[in-house]
Design a protein around this ligand. Sequence first.
Ligand SMILES: NC(=O)c1ccc[n+]([C@@H]2O[C@H](COP(=O)([O-])OP(=O)(O)OC[C@H]3O[C@@H](n4cnc5c(N)ncnc54)[C@H](OP(=O)(O)O)[C@@H]3O)[C@@H](O)[C@H]2O)c1
Length: 344
Amino acid sequence: MKGVKVDQINDNYQVATDLKKPILDSNQLLVKPIFGAVNPVDELMRKTGLLVTSWPWTPCCDVAGVIVEIGSEVTKFKVGDRVFGCQGVGFPGSGGAAEYCVFREDIAFKKPDNVSFAEAATIGVGCQTAALGLWSGLNIALPDPQNLPALSDEWVLVLGGGGSVGGYAVQLSKLSGYKVIASVSARSVGAAVAQGADETIDYKTPVDEQVAKIKEITKGKLHRIIDTTSFNADFVKKVLEEIKDDAGEKYFASVNDWEDFGPLPGDAKFYPISLGPLGRPEARELNEVLSKFTTIIQALVDAGKVTPSEYSLVGGIGFEGFIEAVKVQSSGSAKKVVAQLQEE
Ligand SMILES: NC(=O)c1ccc[n+]([C@@H]2O[C@H](COP(=O)([O-])OP(=O)(O)OC[C@H]3O[C@@H](n4cnc5c(N)ncnc54)[C@H](OP(=O)(O)O)[C@@H]3O)[C@@H](O)[C@H]2O)c1
């Protein structure tokens, strides 16, 4: 089949016609990707081979597409359904920049009519990662989409609230009943506020000023911090030092799942967010957790309570467009970068 491939570590992306068409397991869906969004992990995998189980490898782990075939045990979906989400990375069949890829029934989202294909492609990785951080990492109770909790006076500090994971962390924190401070640069203040941030701090200002502002806003009461950028461990330690006289359990979740931060001030509990193994048969526990989150996120998207990221559409229709989109994302786009891979 046709699609994008990288032959080995650090090779260039190329469009080729000799990709292997995925073979479907009984619990899987064969999907024709229509739109794909770029994530930082695409370039990371190409350059380092991280999470790649075999080469050639096909990028694109945020897909929105149409089901063309279903496995023998699939009950929730049928051929022709429109689906979206992240289904995993690095293993055969997971790459969305191809004529076909596979979805697992238990972690696939059905695209509602109120969300376009391009918008749907922006939701998966960002929202699933944010959900793991908040609901598994920060001891935040799963909200009931039919009966969302009232806003409490507890805060979540979302570091990197201007990015994709950060934006969904802002939205899900609010929907879970928490007030949010988002750290952003000037270009992302509007986006963070539009997604529900109550307050913003500029991460480019002096650290002491930021910490003082957090202390003032929270009145010294802060128990939950999520770093959606991986750069902020020292900053988090400083915040925890300054707010250490506040009683109660403290939680810190980070997308940086490879560093050992040692004991944290205030005995804060650390949760390394790790979406990478998603979709692999051996990641049973992660798949089960994400399956539970899928039901909740699906209901919130259907109800228009979780809204897709703003995005830039790059390139024409075709797999070359995804290669172009990766370049735009890598240059530091403020918005999610999306490409149309095929006609519906
Ligand atoms: N561990 C996992 O399972 C997992 C899963 C998904 C993603 N990730 C990682 O999470 C990171 C974010 O992914 P993403 O898709 O959200 O990327 P993204 O959409 O490109 O967002 C990155 C954002 O980081 C912000 N930023 C940069 N330096 C910052 C700092 N010092 N403090 C606060 N914000 C800062 C920028 O915000 P401004 O626009 O405001 O300048 C930028 O918008 C990436 O490194 C990705 O690889 C990890």
